[in-house]
Design a protein around this ligand. Structure first.
Ligand code: HAM
Length: 388
């Protein structure tokens, strides 16, 4: 038997929840005046190397990368932001400094070690906003993410941090490297490598020994320049005003290299170790890093598979079930089906069945209304009708 690849899942039993999530998230994003964008699943490998970063785990270990028949080095997208930035630049919106707000959803691919909540093919719903450098836009996208999660009654903790800017980050990184060099021998292999490649990523190392040592490491949050500090304070104030609860997490550094200033994650304590349900932040340098003109940007992405177990879809009855008790009633029933299907959900049962059997089926299938026709109904020209 041919099975789906390891870490890849069919969306079957949860497909109603999946589409309900996309529909609701789409509606909320549209209400925030964001438009839909769809970019290819396959992109040049260097797009991700130059954005997500050569030192990130994603690029280093997890890319579905291959040479295509034309000799191009390509890769299945591990995330959505890089492709959207590429599209923004390709359309020359950067030259014109055109603000754009987009939402998207679709599959992403990361060759990770599969476990509960961690897949090799998973789906994200994401948004990206270009052209607004103020912290108010960060607040707007965080508000949107919280509204999407709230609309499904999902409980979460919002964690926020600031990763600084070109002014304060290098100064801080040097302090951190000095600290790390002193404790180097005690750190795990990955962290030792990170000292030269990406020191800030040591802060969210999952290794217990490293975590203990890094408790005393300097934190960017307390080493921000005046402007970043002011912005971070404003972010907190604005979230307070909106009644959005948050925790400042000084270890929150994100697994992708393109972030600066605001970084955030929504986590759930109901889904096990892979608890991040939404991650995002500001990435003001990314358009430039991909050869565009400087344009500030901010966004987030949610992992849909991680959200599905948290969504309780009330199995509300809806739709109309049409059934026939005799072959002669087929024309009348089909005519009705043809009429109703333009405006509502209708199921036409092809098989001739007894009244009771139809009622049982309609009940099991969760329809709200049944219309059944047999000999008598054909004679009267009226359906037997019942609300369930
Ligand atoms: P990310 O934190 O790598 O950020 O992914 C966002 C979300 O995707 C995570 O919070 C998680 O819910 C889900 N996710 C990630 N990896 C997996 C996996 N292997 N299996 C299941 N779910 C997963 C980004 O991808 C950024 N592009 C977000 C962003 C948009 N930042 C700015 N704009």
């Amino acid at each position: 038997m041919i099975k789906a690849l390891r870490g890849m899942k069919d969306i079957i039993d949860d497909s109603d929840k999946f589409t309900a999530f996309i529909d609701k998230a789409t509606q909320i994003a549209k209400n925030f005046s964001f438009s839909y964008i769809e970019t290819p699943l396959l992109e040049e490998t260097r797009l991700f190397k130059r954005s997500v970063g050569e030192s990130s785990d994603i690029v280093n270990k997890e890319m579905y990368q291959f040479i295509d028949k034309g000799g191009n080095d390509v890769c299945l997208r591990p995330e959505g932001t890089a492709g959207v930035v590429r599209a923004y630049i390709q359309k020359k919106y950067d030259s014109l400094q055109t603000p754009k707000q987009w939402y998207y959803y679709g599959p992403m691919f990361r060759y990770e070690r599969p476990q509960k909540g961690r897949l090799r093919e998973f789906h994200q719903f994401g948004v990206e906003s270009f052209g607004e450098g103020s912290v108010y836009e960060d607040v707007k996208v965080i508000l949107m993410a919280s509204k999407i999660l709230d609309s499904f009654g999902i409980a979460y903790t919002l964690k926020i941090n600031s990763l600084g800017c070109d002014e304060c980050r290098p100064r801080y990184t040097q302090n951190l490297v000095n600290f790390l060099e002193n404790v180097k021998e005690e750190l795990c292999e990955d962290c030792q490598r990170r000292i030269t490649q990406n020191p800030i990523r040591t802060l969210d190392c999952k290794n217990e020994k490293c975590q203990n040592i890094l408790k005393d490491a300097p934190r960017i949050t307390y080493n921000l320049c005046d402007e970043c500090n002011k912005d971070f304070e404003l972010l907190k104030q604005e979230l307070d005003k909106l009644g959005i609860k948050y925790e400042v997490d000084t270890s929150l550094v994100r697994g992708l290299d393109y972030y600066n200033k605001t970084a955030f994650e929504f986590v759930s304590d109901e889904i096990g170790a892979q608890s991040a349900i939404c991650g995002g932040g500001r990435y003001d340098k990314l358009v430039e890093m991909l050869d565009g003109k400087s344009v500030p940007a901010v966004g987030f992405a949610m992992g849909i598979e991680r959200l599905l177990p948290l969504i309780n879809t009330q199995t509300k009855r809806d739709g109309v079930y049409i059934g026939i008790m005799t072959e002669d009633a087929r024309d009348m029933a089909m005519k009705k089906f043809n009429q109703l299907v333009d405006t509502q959900k209708v199921y036409f049962e092809n098989k001739v069945r007894k009244l009771n059997q139809h009622l049982k089926r309609a009940d099991k299938m969760n329809y709200k209304k049944v219309l059944i026709a047999g000999e008598d109904e054909v004679a009267k020209g009226e359906f037997f009708s019942k609300e369930l």
